[in-house]
Design a protein around this ligand. Structure first.
Ligand SMILES: [Fe+2]
Ligand SMILES: [Fe+2]
Length: 196
């Protein structure tokens, strides 16, 4: 992690101990860094703080409803919007405390606000954050957690990623990364066929 992001991470961490959001956030940060390296117009100083803070608001949602706020059989879709608004509040407090300018805070919040409830690339920074967030689902950690959340097997998660998530990715680089991760995930599931 970049030196200058460590203070944000430390302040965000107490809000990320629900829904595996701490490990999720670290994965999104790493994937975001890779997408940033490939886009000269990306602003890492806006994207990376927005990644660290984007899901802090889940902490404020009643914990028994969190897992029913998203996914195929969601019961409380309005909580998706609520976690964005709570994240904006928490992010504002943390960034003000750390002395970030109001201009930076406003740009970071513009990404956090709507990261799950808007589908389009509202700016290059926004597209990178949204794709990094979704690319987590393609990692070994993401596949395993999603399988657990919805009580399905890893192969079923892979099918969802290919058929439903892949078309939602906004940037070419993200598509390539997703395709590589899918190949590796399929290999992992099929490995025993070759070894036994
Ligand atoms: Fe989110
Ligand atoms: Fe997220």
């Amino acid at each position: 992690m970049r030196e200058k992001d460590i203070a944000i991470w430390k302040a965000a961490k107490p809000y990320l101990d629900v829904r595996n959001n701490d490990e999720h956030t670290l994965h999104v940060y790493t994937l975001g860094q890779q997408l940033i390296e490939q886009e000269p117009e990306a602003n890492a100083d806006i994207i990376l703080p927005s990644i660290l803070l984007h899901d802090t608001g889940w902490k404020m949602i009643p914990q028994d409803k969190v897992l029913q706020a998203f996914g195929p059989n969601r019961k409380y879709p309005e909580l998706q919007r609520q976690h964005e608004l709570e994240s904006v509040k928490i992010a504002t407090g943390i960034l003000e405390n750390l002395g970030y300018s109001s201009n930076d805070i406003q740009q970071i919040n513009a990404i956090i606000d709507g990261h799950d409830t808007t589908a389009e690339q509202r700016s290059i920074n926004d597209g990178i954050m949204k794709d990094a967030d979704k690319l987590w689902r393609y990692t070994p950690h993401g596949i395993c957690i999603i399988a657990e959340w919805f009580g399905i097997d890893n192969m079923a998660v892979i099918d969802i990623l290919v058929n439903f998530v892949r078309p939602q990715l906004l940037r070419k680089d993200s598509g390539h990364l997703a395709d590589s991760l899918i190949r590796i995930a399929r290999l992992k599931e099929n490995m025993s066929t070759y070894l036994n």
